[in-house]
Ligand binder design. Structure first.
Ligand SMILES: Cc1cc2nc3c(=O)[nH]c(=O)nc-3n(C[C@H](O)[C@H](O)[C@H](O)COP(=O)(O)OP(=O)(O)OC[C@H]3O[C@@H](n4cnc5c(N)ncnc54)[C@H](O)[C@@H]3O)c2cc1C
Length: 374
């Protein structure tokens, strides 16, 4: 099977890269293992400000995330552009509130806001009086918040379905196979799958947690790691929450869909059961996550959880990985950093520009796979 470009991975990054490549006339196919895509499990938060959860868990990766803040802002804007082209995706960009329950947490947010402002983000600190005007439904113990105006939310089920439909409309095939090796030394590149071998002029790797292992034989050691995470969704609520909600110290994201349901997540763990089946939901995560949500927004305490699930996130070194492999230039990486659903479409556009020889829209050296040269 031969194509100009083979895209490995059919999540948001692979789908969007394939759309961009088909737009410039490339013959493109997607091959996807159908295993634990974060894209089909995620919460639809458009993250821009640094997440306190990430800063706490991965302090060594914070400098890479901080340096990438302008990319996050541009990525949220890219989603607005896509919403106009292929939406509506229930996208709302009212901003994201990171809540503080103590003076110490507020001081942490103040310092964080100064760093983010220096990177071009639009942020404000709100005291309780100001918060009452935009989010009167918050619990009485909340003392203030950081408001990042660049953040937003969307409904990922709608966005994914619309983008899949666009791929079908353009006759981009999505093949089901697991790639076990890539050879890219000669005049073309070859991906060896369990069911077939795929030849192409170039290969774009958008396989998230599966990417590091896939390109290990090509001179790079990319430390992609699977991170199983928990999610909940409630029945529709009367309260109207327009912002994306997070907390200065605790793991939580909370937002409302267009039909009123509240999606609650934010990085509570699930149990990895291997790549052949989704991660297992943990009762402790379900209970801890919804209890925290009800503390922050008391009206949530009266709602029923209608569904709970777990999905696979990907971590590496905090920054996105975009560009050609130094020892195998026919292979182009497209791996979003933390909050990969937010970053995916922009990372895809940048990687597709590399594949098609057009100029990438930002200086890619910060994201070059060469930093992982083995
Ligand atoms: C529960 C949860 C909530 C999240 N919430 C948010 C959020 O609100 N906002 C946000 O920005 N991010 C969020 N994320 C992160 C986000 O979902 C992911 O970072 C993003 O979807 C990654 O997209 P991707 O296309 O790069 O990879 P994925 O969507 O993970 O897709 C990778 C694909 O590659 C395939 N693959 C892997 N190995 C192989 C192989 N060897 N051969 C063939 N195919 C292979 C997999 O089957 C998979 O389909 C969340 C993640 C989880 C798990």
């Amino acid at each position: 099977m031969r194509s100009d470009v083979l895209v490995i991975g059919g999540g948001i990054t692979g789908m969007m890269a394939a759309l961009h490549l088909s737009e410039v006339g490339a013959r493109v196919r997607i091959v996807d293992a159908g295993e634990n895509s974060g894209t089909w499990a995620n919460a639809g938060s458009l993250h821009v400000q640094m997440q306190s959860r990430f800063m706490r868990l991965y302090p060594d990766q914070v400098p890479a995330v901080e340096a990438s803040l302008p990319l996050y802002k541009a990525a949220a804007e890219e989603w607005v552009r896509l919403d106009g082209l292929y939406g509506p995706f229930e996208l709302m960009r009212k901003g994201g509130l990171m809540l503080a329950e103590s003076a110490e947490q507020l001081a942490f947010l103040e310092a964080k806001a100064r760093r983010e402002e220096a990177r071009g983000l639009t942020v404000d600190l709100l005291d309780r009086g100001a918060l009452n005007r935009v989010a009167p439904w918050l619990g009485p113990q909340i003392v203030g918040a950081e408001l990042c105006h660049d953040e937003g939310k969307l409904n990922p089920l709608i966005a994914n379905a619309r983008l899949m439909a666009e791929l079908a409309r353009r006759d981009v095939p999505v093949l089901r196979d697991r790639i076990v090796d890539i050879e890219a030394s000669g005049t073309h590149a070859r991906a060896i799958g369990r069911h077939a071998t795929y030849e192409a002029d170039q290969i774009l790797v958008a396989s998230a947690w599966g990417a590091g292992e896939m390109v290990r034989g090509l001179g790079v050691a990319i430390p992609t790691k699977a991170e199983p995470l928990h999610m909940n969704i409630t029945e529709a609520a009367a309260v109207s929450i327009g912002h994306l909600i997070q907390h200065a110290e605790r793991s939580i994201t909370l937002k409302q869909l267009g039909q009123g349901q509240i999606v609650i997540g934010g990085g509570w763990p699930a149990r990895d059961r291997g790549r052949d089946c989704p991660p297992e939901v943990l009762a402790s995560s379900l209970l801890g996550n919804v209890a925290l949500a009800a503390r922050l927004v008391p009206q949530i305490g009266g709602l029923r959880v209608i569904r709970t699930w777990a999905g696979m996130n990907t971590t590496a070194d905090g920054a996105s990985t975009i560009g050609r492999l130094p020892d195998a230039p026919r292979v182009v990486m497209a791996l979003p950093g933390d909050a990969g659903y937010t970053l995916g479409p922009l990372v895809a556009r940048m990687a597709a520009a590399v594949v098609s020889g057009g100029s990438a829209e930002a200086d890619l050296s910060r994201f070059a796979p060469a930093r992982f040269a083995a």
